[in-house]
Design a protein around this ligand. Structure first.
Ligand code: HPA
Ligand code: ZN
Length: 319
């Protein structure tokens, strides 16, 4: 299935930083790590829920300091993904987490853009989606959007990530409205650990064009009907959902039910350096453990191209 052309629509660039790179950047930037080896760091990747992952995800980010770091991070992710059949990626980044350490918006956004440009000759394209941290205030999100305004040429849209429960989409209605005024597209994490109601809020208040995760929509039959009718894409991340405890084992994942309901489902990696695989490994895993057929994998890959923000010509070329 590596040969099937696909788009990746749900990946956090900071979550693509492999343990080896964490150590390399720590050395280069003289950041002290609380681990003595790559193996010790990797042994900490046993998560019980989203927050237990986020704690180590934010801690590791401390090594990302310079334009070069962001460039190398994006290029490494895209090279590996291109090997797995990804022809286009829409990549999340978390500027607030870097601004808090004194890293400015310019090296973040321009560094990531340089990384994307560096791999263009391998035929893979990418766009950037600025994510607001939902466990920070709406004011902080608005300030971040203002800081991003000089760089909007590099940014296709906004998203919403980090700790979900207790931080409903409604908190960010004004920020998303401002983002839309600036011509940005909108997506949001909803229904990963939070309730189906958050998916409804993301659709109605943030007017998102895709829902990231969305797995908990299945608890609300009326919402499932709506998602089917509107063919709203869900960016599902199977290995992530297992590693963060939504399902005990991949064989219990509700991906087959989401597909049987006629929803517009895509398969993505979320944070591949932490969850055991890039998009190709996610495709292989659902084939092996959920009985997803090769034909269905083709459908999932085609969905990812259709659900992307690519123009119609490039979509047609990839379908
Ligand atoms: N969920 C929410 N926020 C995140 C995630 C996730 O899976 N990964 C990185 N930030
Ligand atoms: Zn995510």
């Amino acid at each position: 299935m590596l040969d099937i052309p696909k788009a990746e629509l749900h990946v956090h660039i900071e979550g693509t930083m492999e343990p080896e790179m964490v150590f390399e950047l720590a050395r280069r930037n003289e950041v002290e790590l609380p681990y003595s080896s790559v193996a010790e760091l990797r042994s900490r990747y046993e998560f019980t829920d989203l927050q237990s992952f986020l704690d180590i995800y934010y801690a590791n980010m401390a090594v990302l300091r310079t334009r070069r770091d962001f460039r190398e991070l994006a290029a490494a992710y895209l090279r590996e993904s291109a090997r797995q059949g990804v022809r286009h990626a829409e990549i999340f980044f978390d500027p607030q987490a870097h601004l808090a350490r004194g890293v400015e918006m310019a090296p973040i956004v321009e560094g990531l853009s340089e990384g994307i440009a560096e791999v263009a000759d391998s035929g893979v394209t990418a766009e950037l989606i600025l994510c607001f941290l939902r466990d920070e205030s709406a004011g902080s999100a608005m300030d971040t959007l203002r800081l991003a305004e000089p760089f909007l040429d590099h940014i296709i849209g906004v998203g919403l990530d980090s700790a979900e429960v207790g931080h409903p989409p409604s908190k960010f209605t004004d920020v998303f409205e401002r983002a839309r005024e600036l011509g940005l597209r909108a997506v949001a994490h909803a229904g990963e650990e939070g309730p189906a109601e958050y998916v409804r809020e993301a659709l109605d208040l943030l007017r998102v064009e895709r829902v990231d995760h969305g797995i908990r929509a299945l608890y609300d039959p009326g919402l499932v009907d709506r998602l089917r009718r509107e063919q709203t894409p869900l960016t599902v991340c199977p290995l992530s959902n297992v590693r963060l405890g939504s399902f005990d084992h991949l064989s219990q994942h509700t991906l087959p039910r989401l597909m049987a309901e006629g929803l517009m489902v895509t398969i993505n990696s979320d944070d591949p350096a932490y969850f055991g695989g890039y998009v190709g490994e996610n495709f292989s895993a659902v084939r092996e453990h959920l009985g997803i057929t090769r034909e269905q994998l083709r459908q999932l890959a085609a969905n990812s191209v259709r659900a992307s923000f690519l123009g119609s010509e490039r979509k047609s070329a990839l379908l």
